[in-house]
Design a binder for this molecule. Structure first.
Ligand code: NDP
Ligand code: 2IT
Length: 445
């Protein structure tokens, strides 16, 4: 495989789509050896076919605000690859959303979904809509307008969206309501649904829980555990919330949270009622963390900075892509951090990852570590197909089992001669092989 040539031609075809290029480059670099060992992949043009989405739907979303003013947002759905099952992946509502970001997320989703062991292809969608500061009625009208276009190309056996940044239980409810009305069916078309109408127990917590289960396995390879450890978490959304809950259960102390306004340092630990407060804060729609210090005055608010300057044993970036840069990586290393586990998608820049690996830190890439969210979405699809709801413990046990199996795959394909486990390489190879073999089975389509 000629990575340089492939990347040159991808960049020429899709100029300026930097996040998409970043995600593809990382995967290609991991696959060089395995591609050389399997000439059948080259012969079938697997790489050329896997790095381009099957199709991209883009549409406009006109909607009316509470004052009667008309707005037009852009909406997308990227159906990336369905070799393993229906396209599956979240919807992101954030003003930064563009094709490059959704293509990076859709591409990552192919391998992540493959790692879960469940039959799901990869996709992603969203809009540049800003949910912050909008009323409930505006969010509802926007979600309805979004679904008015999206419903034509999705279906329980075709493409099953879910949440991501800016899309939680409330948005899934409005999207589902509109889909149900248009399609005249009550099927498992979205995941992350309410518990009374097809949702799965544990889904809201699953990404964060799964990331902690994954980090627990990584720590165990060095005979370490969470008990007594200090953990820095970024973000304060769905993923961060689940992670903080589970970290507390396992006896770790979470000392930071962050938002677009800065970060919170709570030396006493974010626990108990403070975790519930995170959720209340999110529900205000303002997306700032500063109010935490008014409620819990022992904590400090540090304006406009990332939490990575705080001394911690374990770092879990759970907010967004490229939020941990080289300087952040250096300060974590200087402060003695032993493990970095990505709850968000691609939160660490490539140079930061290289440095973590060079210094021998445990590093868990998002496509493996945060796969618990989509895995539990897969379990929601199974429950919907059976018209059943599994008890909480059953879903949690399955999630636990899936995260262990992902860890096992990463070790199998990522263990280097020195004994160091390169989880990035392991996740990319394990995720890729299953998809590539399925594509071979299906012929050139
Ligand atoms: P939420 O919307 O619940 O929370 C995301 C948090 O990050 C918000 O506080 C948000 O604030 C902040 N944020 C978003 N973009 C930026 C930015 N550019 N700069 C600084 N802060 C930012 O999202 P989730 O918790 O669902 O998602 C967090 C991450 O986890 C994302 O990378 C997502 O792709 C990933 N993920 C999510 C899964 C899920 O099931 N929800 C599953 C697997 C991964 P603001 O909006 O104000 O910027
Ligand atoms: O990035 C992700 O894996 C998600 N946002 C969850 C996708 C899903 O279909 O549950």
């Amino acid at each position: 495989m000629d990575v340089i040539n492939l990347m040159n031609s991808l960049e020429k075809r899709h100029p300026g789509e930097v996040e998409y290029h970043q995600a593809v480059r990382e995967v290609l670099e991991s696959l060089v050896e395995v591609y050389a060992e399997n000439p059948q992949f080259e012969a079938a043009g697997i790489i050329e076919r896997i790095i381009e989405p099957d199709r991209v739907l883009s549409f406009k979303i006109p909607w009316v605000d509470d004052e009667g003013k008309v707005h037009v947002n852009l909406g997308y759905r990227i159906q990336f690859n369905n070799a393993l099952g229906p396209y599956k992946g979240g919807l992101r509502f954030h003003p930064s959303v563009n094709l490059s970001i959704l293509k990076f997320l859709g591409f990552e989703q192919i391998f992540k979904n493959s790692l879960t062991t469940l039959p799901m292809g990869g996709g992603k969608g969203g809009s540049d809509f800003q949910p912050k500061g909008k009323s409930n009625a505006e969010i509802m009208r926007f979600c309805q307008a979004f679904m008015l276009e999206l419903w034509k190309i999705i279906g329980p056996e075709t493409d099953v969206p879910a949440g991501d940044i800016g899309v939680g239980g409330r948005e899934i409810g409005y999207l589902y309501g509109m889909y149900k009305k248009l399609a005249r069916e009550n099927s498992g078309i979205l995941t992350g649904k309410g518990l009374a109408w097809g949702g799965s127990l544990i889904r809201p917590e699953a990404t964060g829980f799964g990331a902690v289960y994954f980090a627990k396995e990584m720590l165990a390879t060095r005979k370490e555990q969470f008990k007594g450890k200090t953990v820095s978490v970024s973000g304060f959304g769905n993923v961060a919330w689940g992670a903080v809950k589970k970290l507390n259960e396992l006896g770790a102390k979470v000392v930071t949270l962050s938002g677009p306004d800065g970060y919170i340092y709570d030396k006493d630990g974010v626990s108990g009622e403070k975790i519930d407060f995170m959720l209340e804060l999110r529900a205000t729609n303002d997306d700032v963390v500063e109010p935490y210090v008014q409620e819990f005055p022992n904590a400090q608010f540090i304006h406009g900075k990332h939490p990575w300057e705080v001394k911690c044993d374990i770092a879990m970036p759970c907010a967004t892509q490229n939020e941990l840069n080289l300087e952040d990586a250096r300060s974590l290393i200087t402060n003695g951090t032993i493990c970095v586990c990505e709850g968000a998608n691609m939160p660490c820049i490539p140079e930061a990852i290289e440095l973590f690996q060079e210094k021998g830190l445990l590093f868990g890439p998002g496509k493996a570590a945060n796969a618990g969210g989509v895995a539990t979405s897969g379990l929601e699809m199974s429950q919907n197909a059976m018209k059943l709801q599994w008890p909480k413990d059953e879903v949690d046990d399955r999630l636990h089992h899936i995260m262990s199996s992902i860890h096992h795959s990463c070790v199998k394909y990522g263990k280097e001669q020195s004994g160091y486990i390169n989880y990035v390489k392991g996740a990319n190879i394990a995720g890729f092989l299953k998809v590539a073999n399925a594509m071979l089975d299906h012929g050139v389509i």
